[in-house]
Design a protein around this ligand. Structure first.
Ligand code: HEC
Ligand code: HEC
Length: 210
C-alpha cells in the first residue's frame, strides 16, 4: 500500500505548477508594471502624448482601455501589422495589458498639435458632418468630443502624421484576415471614400482637440 504522505506529495507536485501558472495570469507586480510603462514611454512619450520621430509614435494618453487592449491583442495575433509593436506586444500577459491600458487612459497631457492651422475648419466639418452621403460623420462613432468609447478609439489630440498614415494605409496594416473580420473592418470603407486632402484636413483638426 502507498503511504498517505507520498500520495499527498504527488498531489502537491501535480497541483503546484498549475496554480503557479494561474497566478501569473491573474496578477502583475507593481514594479513589473512600472518598468513596462517606462519602456512604452521611451517611444510613446513621457506623458503618453506621442512622439514624432522617423515614424510617428501614436498618442496613448486618454485612450480607451478597451481599444488599447484590443489593439495590443491584434498586434499579438498579427491581425494588425507593425514589426515594432508585434515584438513589443507578444510578451504581454492579460493582467499586464489591463494595467497598461488603465495607466495610459489616466494621462491627460496637452496635444502636440503642429498641423497646418488653415486646414482645421474644413477638418472639423468633416469630423462633425461627414462628406456627402458616402462618408459618415466621424463623430457618430468616435464621439462629439472625439474621446471614443470602448473599442472605438479616442482621436482627440492624436498626431496628425499618424492619423494620415493610418487612413492612407489601412488595408496593409489592419484587418489582415478577410475571413475573420474584426473591428478594423468598420473603418475600411470609410478610409476608401476619403480623398487625401480630406484626410489631411481631418487629421489637422484632430491634432488640436483637447
Ligand atoms: C520602439 C518603440 C515602441 C515601443 C517601445 C512601444 N511602442 Fe507602441 N507603437 C509604436 C509605433 C511605431 C506604433 C504605431 C504602429 C502603427 O503605425 O500601426 C505603436 C502603436 C501602439 C498602439 C496602437 C495605438 C493606436 O492608436 O492604435 C498601442 C496601443 C501601443 N503602441 C502600445 C504600446 C505599449 C503599451 C507599449 C509598452 C508595452 C508600447 N506600445 C511600446 C512604437 C513603440
Ligand atoms: C461606423 C463607426 C465609425 C465611423 C463613422 C468612423 N470610425 Fe474611425 N474607427 C472606428 C473603429 C471601430 C475604429 C477601430 C478600428 C480597429 O479596431 O482597428 C476606428 C479607428 C480609426 C482610426 C485609427 C485610430 C488609431 O489610433 O489608430 C482613425 C484615425 C479613425 N478611425 C478616423 C476616423 C475618421 C477621420 C472618421 C470620419 C471620416 C471616422 N474614423 C469614422 C469606427 C468608426
Amino acid at each position: 500500500m502507498i503511504p498517505k504522505s507520498v500520495l499527498c506529495a504527488a498531489a502537491i507536485l501535480l497541483v503546484a505548477p498549475m496554480s503557479a501558472r494561474a497566478e501569473d495570469k491573474e496578477t502583475v507586480s507593481p514594479s513589473a508594471l512600472h518598468a513596462k510603462i517606462d519602456y512604452c514611454k521611451t517611444c510613446h512619450g513621457v506623458s503618453g502624448q506621442g512622439y514624432r520621430g522617423s515614424v510617428p509614435m501614436p498618442r496613448l494618453a486618454g485612450q480607451q482601455p478597451d481599444y488599447i487592449k484590443n489593439q495590443l491583442q491584434a498586434f499579438i495575433e498579427h491581425r494588425r501589422t507593425n514589426p515594432v509593436m508585434n515584438n513589443v506586444a507578444h510578451v504581454l500577459s492579460p493582467p499586464m495589458l489591463q494595467g497598461l491600458a488603465d495607466h495610459f487612459q489616466s494621462l491627460n497631457p496637452k496635444p502636440l498639435g503642429g498641423a497646418p492651422h488653415d486646414l482645421v475648419a474644413a477638418g472639423e466639418k468633416i469630423y462633425r458632418d461627414g462628406v456627402g452621403d458616402k462618408v459618415p460623420a466621424c463623430a457618430s462613432c468616435h464621439g462629439a468630443d472625439a474621446k471614443g468609447n470602448g473599442e472605438f478609439p479616442r482621436l482627440a489630440g492624436q498626431l496628425h502624421d499618424y492619423v494620415f498614415r493610418k487612413l492612407t494605409n489601412w488595408d496593409r496594416e489592419r484587418g489582415q484576415d478577410k475571413n475573420k473580420p474584426d473591428t478594423s473592418a468598420i473603418m475600411e470603407p470609410i478610409t476608401h471614400d476619403l480623398t487625401e486632402a480630406q484626410i489631411k484636413a481631418v487629421a489637422a483638426y484632430l491634432s488640436y482637440v483637447e
